[in-house]
Write a protein that binds this ligand. Structure first.
Ligand code: HDE
Length: 687
């Protein structure tokens, strides 16, 4: 385990994994893979009689050959999509049994259960080593180790998908991945092939493209994004009544994004930003938390909507189908080792009528054969915490030894186990199927723009500006006029003003004769600004405190204590990563050790700055990224001057602590809800 901080909560899965976990102590001896002690791991056996001349290395050195052989085969194929990711352990609890109306599943209805979970977050396009903060959808795959076997929700941070038919998936992925002739670009979609594919050829992608071009495409943190099951799932209750369901994860910390300049810079400054962010939050005692919500449509109402509820390019507006909150998940433990856990975890999905989901069913199972080989369900991270017993046998890497004389059913002992079970997590649902076999899509699947417009209409002004800018960035990276001139024609179907603004920026063409009429509707919960924390919080926020020789230590210590009380993480940044001397101290005195040198970190990596000294660049850059900037004493003047602000644009507050006089300059520029985080700092300070 990476930290004793995490030891406080041991789920059944953590206990299960402990059987396969080894720990190296100071006394652990070195052995071969066969357990034979190794006396020397640095020198290959050589023919030594002509020593010290170079002599032939002997093939018979089994120890040296084993070491190289194991190294040669360390890599396995990366995931064909979602290759770049990070994982964490946690648990899920139902609030009560309110979901019993819809399901018999104990994991969702029994509040006395704590179900272990493992979540893997990911980007989609990039390779395993690509940067975290690229513009992309994010994967949010959750494995529940339930008492009735593993159940997964393999979701994204965007509630809809690019395509309606799983058979298009290889085309979509080929189009978005690096181009075949030169393997460019890595991590993003800003290239000809993607914009060609999602244009006129695949108009059904319009809705998801709008989401990806909004701030949702560059989340501040995995901990600050929603998760959506995307597909339409089914639940069955004790009366054998079936319900169509959409799953939603709603983050406790609200939904927040980076700004584009910040995301671009972080790609270079810290490509592991999201990976480290998750680890830091968990290890600093701020485990991320999500509420699980469900939208439910009874089977008999399936056809009551303008859109097809099985179409993955459509969401169910909450005004039509409200969310019911049924439980919560906490991620409270990082992995001990990346490869055996995060890389080898494998996710599946559930059964439903959703055609895209049915295609996924095949693919998720199949792809593991090239990634993990056979018997991957026995790999510790994938192994259920409940008993597993059946007549599947053998295959490469079989780990289980099953006692007994028969491996088939029925058999001469057929009164004995294992026998088919008809109760538990999965229920066969008898369904009438009647129709003509054809390669076809439902009528309602043909409409592609109404919800793309609904999404755009629901955004606030800064989100709309963001959408124009990101379309501009992406299409400007396409150098084929066939692509950038025509994409804005497709966009004309969503919103003519948007299409005109983008076309003017990128040299596109407009389709003035669009026949679709705007419906003008909105759905409030589609704007990410709808999701602010229930209570303003600075929990887990990264605050940089800039110090230089002569800084006021009393004030800085007081602020750090307040930030700590609010569960924020503060770092001292100084001119050198060693001692910096506060006012009253001189070289050689105790000084204060700072965490980073100014050059070693950038403002982009922090949520807020505190400046008791001068550092104009940090202030201007952070201001440009719409971050709140707190300043003390003369720092307030520095901020005001650096930003060339009139004083009325800066709000001051003096909590009036008897020993420390602290005044804050809070620059409110309207970025999402971070201003409420600053309000919280002030509350803590004055409280
Ligand atoms: Fe996936 N997807 N997908 N996908 N997907 C995979 O499975 C696929 C889709 C998603 O952290 C692969 O094990 C098809 C929608 C996530 O391990 C693969 C279709 C959504 C992850 C695959 C879809 C997703 C994957 C690659 C039909 C949002 C990462 C490796 C169009 C709900 C899981 C693997 C992890 C991974 C196929 C569509 C999310 C190739 C055929 C919709 C989060 O099997």
């Amino acid at each position: 385990m990476s930290s004793s901080v995490q030891a406080f909560f041991e789920t059944a899965k953590i206990k299960d994994l402990s059987h396969d976990t080894v720990e190296v102590t100071a006394k652990t001896g070195l052995t071969t893979d066969h357990g034979v002690p190794v006396p020397d791991t640095d020198n290959w056996w050589v023919e030594a009689h002509q020593w010290p001349r170079l002599c032939p290395s002997l093939l018979e050195d089994q120890i040296a050959r084993e070491k190289l052989h194991r190294f040669d085969h360390e890599r396995i194929p990366e995931r064909v999509v979602h290759a770049r990711g990070t994982g964490a352990h946690g648990y899920f609890r139902a609030f009560d049994d309110r979901a019993r109306k819809y399901t018999v599943a104990g994991v969702l209805t029994d509040p006395s259960r704590t179900t272990p979970t493992f979540v893997r977050f990911s980007t989609v396009q990039g390779a395993r080593g690509s940067a975290d903060t690229v513009r992309d959808a994010r994967g949010f795959a959750t494995k529940f180790y339930t008492e009735e076997g593993n159940w997964d929700i393999v979701g994204n941070n965007i509630p809809v998908f690019f395509i309606q038919d799983a058979m298009k998936f290889p085309d979509l992925v080929h189009a978005v991945k690096p181009e075949p002739q030169n393997e460019v670009p890595q991590g993003g979609a800003a290239h000809n092939n993607f914009w060609d594919f999602v244009g006129t050829i695949t108009a059904e992608a319009s809705h998801m493209v709008m989401w990806a071009m909004s701030p949702r495409g560059i989340p501040r943190s995995y901990r600050m994004m929603q998760g959506f099951g995307v597909n339409t799932f089914t639940l069955i209750n004790a009366e054998n009544k079936r319900f169509f369901v959409k799953f939603h994860w709603i983050p406790e910390l609200g939904v927040h994004s980076l700004v584009w300049d910040e995301a671009l810079k972080i790609c270079g400054q810290d490509p592991d930003f999201h990976r480290k962010d998750l680890e830091e939050a968990i290890n600093s005692g701020a485990p991320p938390k999500w509420t699980l919500g469900i939208q439910v449509i009874p089977e008999e109402k399936e056809h009551d909507f303008e859109f097809d509820i099985l179409d993955a390019t459509k969401l169910w507006p909450e005004e039509l189908v409200p969310i019911e909150e049924i439980g919560e998940m906490v991620l409270n433990r990082t992995v001990d080792e990346f490869f055996p856990e995060t890389e080898q975890v494998r996710f599946a999905r559930a059964i439903s009528d959703d055609p895209l989901l049915q295609g996924r069913n095949f693919s998720y199972f199949d792809t593991q054969l090239s990634r993990l080989g056979l018997n991957w369900e026995q790999i510790p991270i994938n192994r259920p915490v409940c008993p597993v017993m059946n007549h599947n046998r053998d295959g490469a890497h079989q780990m289980r030894i099953t006692k007994g004389k028969v491996n088939y059913w029925p058999n001469r002992f057929s009164a004995g186990a294992p026998i088919p079970l008809d109760h538990g997590g999965y229920i066969d649902f008898a369904q009438k199927v009647n129709g003509i076999k054809a390669r076809a899509r439902g009528e309602k699947f043909k409409e592609h723009f109404n919800q793309a417009e609904l999404f755009l209409n629901s955004l606030n002004e800064y989100e709309k500006r963001h959408v124009i800018n990101s379309f501009t960035f992406e299409l400007s990276h396409c150098d084929d006029p066939l692509v950038y001139e025509s994409y804005t024609k497709v966009l004309s179907n969503v919103n003519l003003d948007l299409a005109k603004a983008v076309a003017a920026n990128v040299g596109g063409h407009i389709n003035e004769s669009v026949t679709r009429r705007s419906h003008g509707q909105k759905s409030v919960s589609l704007s990410q600004s709808y999701y602010v924390p229930k209570k303003p919080t600075i929990k887990s926020r990264r605050i940089a405190i800039l110090v230089a020789d002569g800084f006021n230590q009393l004030e800085v210590d007081a602020i750090r204590a307040m930030l700590k009380a609010g569960n924020a993480i503060s770092y001292l940044i100084g001119p050198r990563r060693s001692k910096v001397y506060p006012a009253g101290q001189k070289e050689g005195d105790a000084g204060v050790f700072v965490d980073h040198n100014f050059e070693g970190q950038r403002s982009t990596l922090f949520d807020a700055l505190l400046i008791p000294g001068r550092c104009i660049h940090w202030v201007r850059e952070a201001f440009g990224h719409l971050k709140p900037i707190g300043a003390i004493g003369e720092g307030v003047e520095v901020v005001t001057r650096a930003l060339k602000l009139d004083v009325p644009q800066v709000a001051f507050a003096s909590p009036g602590d008897s020993s420390v006089t602290v005044s804050y300059g809070v620059v409110t520029t309207g970025k999402y809800s971070i201003t409420s985080a600053v309000t919280d700092v002030l509350e803590i300070a004055s409280g």
